[in-house]
Design a protein. Sequence first.
Length: 301
Amino acid sequence: MKIAILSRNERLYSTRRLVQAAEQRGHEPHVVDALHCYMDITSTRPAIFHRERKLEGFDAVIPRIGASITFYGLAVLRQFEMMGVYPLNESVAIGRSRDKLRSLQLLARAGVGLPVTGFAHTPDDIKALIKLVGGPPLVIKLLEGTQGKGVVLAESYQAAEGVIDAFRKLDANFLVQEFVGEADRSDIRCFVIGGQVVASMKRTAKDGEFRSNLHRGGHAGHAELTQAERQTAVQAAETMGLNMAGVDLIRGRHGPLVLEVNSSPGLQGIERITGQDIASLIIEFVEQHADANEAKTLGRG
């Protein structure tokens, strides 16, 4: 198969591993920087050009679209879909997962466990919003934040009101969530491919930090999942419509609670901790589904 890997940097670990796995399985991978693409969106002959070269003959596309280029990256992915190329994750599904508010609403509607979460618009609602999530300590998250950026732990009413007021003055959209203390500064990353959890790791924040992201100095180790945690991770990915996802959850008092569903999860940490060849599992999934082109939307979303 001829496979396009949408990535801004061919030297990134995840990109290199996908290229390596595809080549080892006899395929022809091409790294395509979405921001260097331009498109002919004519309905009769949609086309994509990358650095003045027309992209043709692709069987599948693996999107590795960073949050900072979501809008244009999804436009390029939709164009591939319009050309009949099979996407590992479809543009509509990635769009759902990138909209934090919408994703939480969809997960809640599906009955997936979540931390108590509030969202409001006017400053007059601050006290009621804080009360809604059980009071401090509480977590305040920018809707546009990634990798732990734009996430603040407020340990008092005064701190919470100060952060919320600052975000309001910046006209920023944010969520307020209960702080689940029993998680003990840890979360679990579940890697889901094709409706199965293929690997998992427990991430713990460094001393003095509550965010467990590895990019922020957290450390990781093996995680033994319960059946409920596996089912929650799979349900979360399926609710978003993602064939591949990194589902972050914490262990609450009454069961697993989903924090986020990531449509472009990194491979380095999970492969290093688990010893699993995740990249090959991704390519294998693409092999099994690209021929029949089992995409649902084909760019119609």
